[in-house]
Design a protein around this ligand. Structure first.
Ligand code: SGN
Ligand code: CA
Length: 494
């Protein structure tokens, strides 16, 4: 060894250089992008007919270079409860957020707090919708309540002192909410402390009702006839009274939703078809804005050499009916409503162009992200990490069924009945118990309970309730036993 190298090795310079390498945290950054009400039917990689009308190349890129989950479901298909389940890794009955009117207790443990404690720099930008101050975030800039589409207001970290969080001092930012959310996210990424790995939740408001696109997308699809789902004109006669009484069919959309007066002289079917075209075009125009923004965010990562060591996720707080069964909105346990898009890119572990069909739930997101960050799953989380599934490994005893529950019995607008049920790969058994159970924001309507069973292999669009078909008697008994076990497992006693 020459003497100058020898003296370098024993000098402090060498020690400093070793320790600065060791200090550099190589754990992956996490960029969690979530839209509001973006259904898989409107993402081209999921293969539906709408994806051909409005391709989503930027969102699809995440899967082109990563994986897509085919059967990712939310446990309660409505915003506030789904967001609470994502952050806490728990069902509504465990985290206390059952309905749109409940607020997340800020003192509860959550994913952001766990990542922050583990050395991540954390931020939350966009739609929050949990009613109390976001906790666990070094920075937040969030929409009050649902937020506005044009010139939205934001509540920034530091401005909240006490009282009703959503009423706190707000800052108005000009522009369309999708663009503003993107700009705020890129600004935070630029200014962040680059020594630490980051966890950014970028939550878009679009394409939520009332589907208001940015000016530059307003003429998009003008000359296109949007293909209709086969069951657009469903009549519900074979369904229970509680479903017949719902107000979620497209003919119930109002002039604010459709941005024009509603003709009074149209038959039900004609009105539904007419409303469908207007509704879908505005919805897809909002999706075009999201896809463009995802492209901008991915470009930022590319340009800043962050793409390889960042886990990128694209999802939505729940699914949405895009005219299937004649409906808009979500809430119901039908697949269009409970299925969440989930695309993930992390080339260090996830091979390109994967499609995984295991049943994954929103309560699994927090345990999975903690797993990637090398943090042990906190005991209170009910979900499971699906990191191994994404690596392509087969996981022994992965769930073969999911438990779902929607607690809002008749919200006074959509009139969807409270229900719970079980979904396996083959069947779905639903119990519309139709009671409010004193939950906040639910009505006092009381209709007869109804059971429904669907054979998803023969009837993927859930059109034929076969609960009373004797051929399925054994299936029903077995599913009821399984449902009871899941209710026990997830501590649902009500
Ligand atoms: C608003 C919408 C509803 C929607 C809820 C919940 N009405 O109240 O149609 O179901 O939000 O949506 S609107 O006319 O005010 O837009 S969620 O995604 O936040 O759960
Ligand atoms: Ca939503």
């Amino acid at each position: 060894m020459n003497s100058s190298l020898n003296s370098f090795l024993v000098s402090g310079a060498f020690l400093v250089s070793i320790s600065s390498i060791a200090q550099k945290d190589s754990r992956p950054n996490i960029l969690y992008i979530m839209a509001d009400d973006h259904a898989t039917q409107a993402i081209s990689i999921y293969g539906g007919q709408l994806g051909k009308i409005l391709p989503t190349p930027n969102i699809d890129r995440i899967r082109k270079e990563g994986a897509v989950l085919q059967d990712c479901f939310c446990t309660n298909s409505i915003s506030t409860p789904s967001r609470a389940a994502i952050l806490t890794g728990q069902y509504s009955q465990k985290n206390g957020v059952y309905t749109l009117n409940d607020k997340l207790d800020p003192s509860r443990p959550n994913l952001a707090k766990d990542l922050q404690a583990a050395g991540y720099q954390t931020a939350m930008i966009g739609k929050w919708h949990l009613g109390t101050e976001p906790t666990g975030f070094d920075w937040y800039s969030v929409l009050p309540e649902q937020g506005k589409y044009y010139n939205p207001q934001f509540i920034e970290k530091g401005s909240y002192v006490s009282g009703d969080f959503d009423q706190t001092q707000k800052k108005t930012i000009e522009g369309h909410v999708t663009d503003v959310t993107t700009d705020l996210s890129l600004e935070w990424l630029t200014k962040r402390n680059k020594e630490k790995p980051f966890f950014l939740m970028c939550h878009f408001k679009a394409p939520h009702r009332s589907w208001e696109p940015a000016e530059r997308f307003k003429q998009l699809l003008n000359d296109v006839v949007i293909p209709e789902p086969a069951n657009l004109l469903e009549t519900y006669e074979s369904r229970g009274e509680c479903i017949q009484n719902m107000k979620m069919s497209l003919e119930n959309l109002n002039s604010r939703d459709l941005k024009q007066p509603i003709p009074s002289d149209m038959s039900r079917d004609k009105k539904r078809k007419w409303a469908y075209q207007i509704y879908l075009k505005d919805y897809l125009r909002c999706v075009a804005g999201i896809d463009e923004s995802v492209g901008q965010i991915l470009k930022y990562l590319d340009d800043n050499h962050l793409t390889e060591n960042t886990i990128i996720i694209y999802t939505s707080d729940q699914g949405f009916f895009l005219g299937e069964h004649g409906w808009f909105d979500k809430r119901m346990m039908m697949d269009e409503s409970i299925r969440m898009p989930f695309l993930i890119r992390y080339p260090k572990e996830i091979k390109k162009q994967q499609r995984n069909s295991s049943i994954v739930l929103n309560i699994d997101f927090a345990p999975t992200l903690l797993d990637y960050a090398d943090v042990n799953k906190p005991h209170e989380m009910q979900g499971k990490s699906f990191r191994s599934l994404l690596r392509g490994e087969s996981v022994a005893r992965w769930r073969d069924a999911m438990y779902y529950r929607y607690w809002m019995n008749d919200d006074g607008d959509h009139h969807v009945p409270a229900h719970y049920g079980i979904r396996t790969k083959e069947f779905k058994l639903i119990y519309f118990y139709n009671e409010s159970l004193g939950k906040s924001g639910t009505g006092s309507r009381s209709l007869s309970p109804v059971w429904e069973l669907y054979d998803l292999r023969k009837d993927p669009h859930e059109m034929r309730n076969i609960y009373f078909d004797v051929k399925y008697k054994t299936v029903v008994s077995k599913l009821k036993i399984k449902l009871k076990k899941l209710r026990e497992k997830y501590q649902d006693k009500e």
